[in-house]
Write a protein that binds this ligand. Structure first.
Ligand code: PEP
Ligand code: MN
Length: 362
């Protein structure tokens, strides 16, 4: 299905910024003093919008579930005091109504809500005819269609100031990050919807402060338009997500090291060198394609041979042995083990498909 979003570019949303658009603020609003001090800290840095969670979607009951609507007035007052627009997470039409009533400048939809098309549609219906920017976090699971579907629902309600936020995905075997980045998903989103602004939320990807810098650097290299970073005046005492929030001082350090990248340069020496390197890559890729085509043809021959003797397609011992050999040979050439593993899983899967097709031939 064709994806067509009717969008207003980020630089026309009415919030001035240069380079990368930075949203920061606490995971949760806790009290008026916390928000005012945060706002003052953020205003001193190059931050363009302040965030705070008012209603918190917590995994288990009994955790801090947010201060509720009274926090909206605290947040708006803090933003007004320093001239920062503010944004809040909404999960229900009642949240939207209360945010609009308090003049909240932008809304975001959390990962748990994006996961549920019924909830997203209710939010979309409540946004009809309203001119407020909406940022849509990715769903919990690595499902690009679900993310795009949520963006489409909100856009079809007439919201044209629309952006996506990449906050990582739940994964059973991820040990480093709180939510696995799965960078190919936002890259694919960019390819499918080139005019959609995409933010990165390194805080919810990382789950801990030490990892933030690397993820922010990567987001800049992947041309993300903005960042949403959690910041608390006293992270250790935060009522939610304490381990991943930075102090305003730490945020200042991160902002200083922010290297906004550009997609190209008109320096002729750069252009000459990059063209040469890209031509070489194109030639190598053509060789790879030729080799893969040959390899899959042989898979077909193997399938036909196996058919004659009623032999199984999967050969566990052979697969185990060749995978070990490829990994060790790849490592010998300086290639990453995990890369070779993923590459050969894909090749092997395709080889099985080619053998299946061959076996089905008359
Ligand atoms: C948040 O931004 O505090 C939050 C709850 O994020 P997510 O929806 O990404 O979990
Ligand atoms: Mn949080």
């Amino acid at each position: 299905m064709d994806i067509q979003l009717d969008l207003i570019p980020l630089n026309e949303w009415g919030f001035p910024y240069e380079g990368v658009f930075v949203i920061s603020g606490p995971c949760s609003a806790e009290n008026p003093r916390q928000l005012m001090q945060t706002a003052q800290g953020l205003a001193r840095l190059r931050v363009h919008m302040m965030r705070a969670g008012i209603w918190k979607p917590r995994t288990r009951p009994g955790c801090f579930e947010g201060v509720g609507s009274k926090g909206l007035a605290w947040l708006k007052a803090a933003g007004n005091a320093v001239g920062l627009p503010v944004t809040v997470e909404v999960a229900k039409p009642a949240h939207v109504e209360k945010c609009l009533h308090h003049g909240i400048d932008a809304l975001w939809i959390g990962a748990r809500t994006t996961t549920n098309p019924f909830a997203v549609q209710e939010l979309a219906d409540s946004l009809r005819g309203v001119d407020v920017p909406v940022l849509v976090k990715n769903p919990i699971s690595p499902d690009l269609s679900l993310w795009i579907g949520a963006l489409e629902r909100i856009n079809q309600a007439g919201v044209r100031k629309l952006a996506a936020i990449h906050r990582g995905f739940c994964s059973f075997n991820e040990k480093v990050y709180r939510n696995k980045p799965e960078w190919w998903i936002p890259i694919e989103l960019r390819r499918k919807v080139p005019n959609l602004p995409i933010f990165c939320d390194p805080s919810h990807i990382c789950g801990k402060v030490e990892l933030l810098e690397g993820i922010i650097r990567k987001a800049m290299d992947l041309l993300f338009d903005g960042l949403m970073i959690e910041c608390h005046i006293d992270p250790a005492s935060a009522l939610s997500d304490a381990e991943q929030q930075v102090s305003p001082e730490q945020l200042g350090v991160l902002m200083k090291s922010l290297h906004v990248t550009q997609v190209s340069s008109d320096d002729p020496r750069y252009l000459l060198k990059i063209t040469h390197l890209r031509n070489t890559i194109d030639e190598l890729d053509q060789q790879l394609i030729d080799l893969l085509a040959q390899r899959m043809e042989i898979s077909g021959d193997i399938g036909r041979l196996k058919k004659l003797r009623n032999i199984s397609i999967l050969q566990p011992d052979r697969w185990q042995k060749m995978l070990q050999e490829r990994i060790s040979s790849g490592k010998g050439k300086g290639l990453d083990e995990d890369f070779i593993l993923r590459l050969y899983q894909t090749i092997h899967e395709e080889s099985i498909r080619c053998q299946e097709l061959a076996k089905l031939e008359e």
